[in-house]
Design a protein around this ligand. Sequence first.
Ligand SMILES: Cc1cc2nc3c(=O)[nH]c(=O)nc-3n(C[C@H](O)[C@H](O)[C@H](O)COP(=O)(O)O)c2cc1C
Ligand code: SF4
Length: 493
Amino acid sequence: MWKPAARIRYSATGGRWPTEEEARQSRLFAPLAYRRLRLSQRTWVPAMVPWRATEDGEVTGDVLDWYRRFAEGRPGAIVVEATGVRDVPSGPLLRIGHDRYLPGLKKLVEVVREASGGETRLFIQIIDFLTIRRRPEKTKFLKRFLTVTDEVREAVGAGDLSEEAVRDRLCELDENELREILSPRDFESLTRGYRQRVTDVELEEIRALPETLPDLFAAAARRAELAGFDGVELHYAHAYTMASFLSALNTRRDGYGGTREGRVRLPLEVFAAVRERVGEGFVCGCRMLTEDCIDGGSSLADTRYFAERFAAAGMDFISLSRGGKFEDAKDPKVGQAIYPYTGRSGYECMPGYLSDDFGPFGRNVEPGAAIRAAVRQAGFDTPVVTAGGIHSFEQAEQILADGQADVIALARQSLADPDWFTKVRSGRGDEVRLCEYTNYCEGLDTKHKMVTCQLWDRVDLDEPGVKLTPDGKRRTTAPRWKPGRSDGADTVE
Ligand SMILES: Cc1cc2nc3c(=O)[nH]c(=O)nc-3n(C[C@H](O)[C@H](O)[C@H](O)COP(=O)(O)O)c2cc1C
Ligand code: SF4
């Protein structure tokens, strides 16, 4: 993963934890009610893909264990990982693109309800993504996939040589020479793997996205409702289709790109279609970026406008992230697919402990506060959820006190310690296992391996009933907390 050049080392500190009484009086543990959104406390576990679904996108026992463990900590809300709205193969990512997924998703809802004693609201993040292919082997790409154009033919001085001879000649060239000869797009497909964009309007399926996506999202949201979820989070963030519509890099000329009004049009149409398909009480919000964090991407001025439009359209919440784009991701190795969290924008999304002068904690708080202020100025009270390096009660409480956000999301901190919420609320914050922001978990995610935390995944592997990852080396969920000890890692019987 990319790291800032300064490489200043930071470590998370818990600061002063509240007593049980202080927690009871706090903003963080106060309920929230806005339109359909009802939370028992202002805490939130945002979406995290743990790579535990089947290859067909079905809920597994490991998926149930993962969410049960978060629910045991009783946060205000859990958002289930990015779940595909289409019924197409997409590896071990959850899917919701067909009714056959309903039984598994229903079970997931039941497990969370039971483990949280009904305290935790459960949302599911629904996502669309476009085709990406693995980085091809050079000869295979040049011999099979590349279209030999007149420009390429001319550039290699191939005159009237056969196409096969042109391809042979290309194979003899090194990467720098190929960069000069191939179109930028073909060169990218060679060195990074083919990747569709929302601007590829010469492709029928891409041109038609404004017609196909509203119904796909609406059908997925309706299934989420039938499965018993409290609501959906429309995934309008990071490297995926809807965020690409919002991005300033979206130059479509069909009314769905270019200007801010054009770029926000499909996300609004998707929301309207979802709202129409689900019941009145079903919560619907989105996750969006405060900034794209890439050259030419959307800035805060753009995203403030988008958030105002989402609030005006009637979204029940706006959850904020930042960065996480394909454009600045590292070139993958041959045979692997590009991953959006490996460049600078990926760092902005999941900042690690080696950082710059600002540091990894709360990097998205101020941009998020600017978005919240824009929404308030426009006359809406839509709750804003912030995330990014938040791990202490003091930090969370200050953000709420300063009116920078309405709900506090802890992703990696709740992976490191799913009992954070219960511990802090019961005055036992000194027993929290603090995240070290090493991004070991994210490294596993990048390799599409079962995500675990290095602070607990090798602990008490011989404990009866403990489930292990397929390689047999790691436990799949955090050890149970035994009150009275400072680190859950050594407290398992
Ligand atoms: C393993 C892992 C998987 C993630 N998967 C998703 C996802 O499916 N959808 C999403 O919007 N964000 C995803 N994120 C980003 C987190 O929700 C969160 O925004 C980010 O980690 C920053 O918050 P934190 O500093 O509290 O971890 C993921 C993060 C991690 C570590
Ligand atoms: S592996 Fe654990 S400690 Fe490291 S960043 Fe992930 S959650 Fe935090």
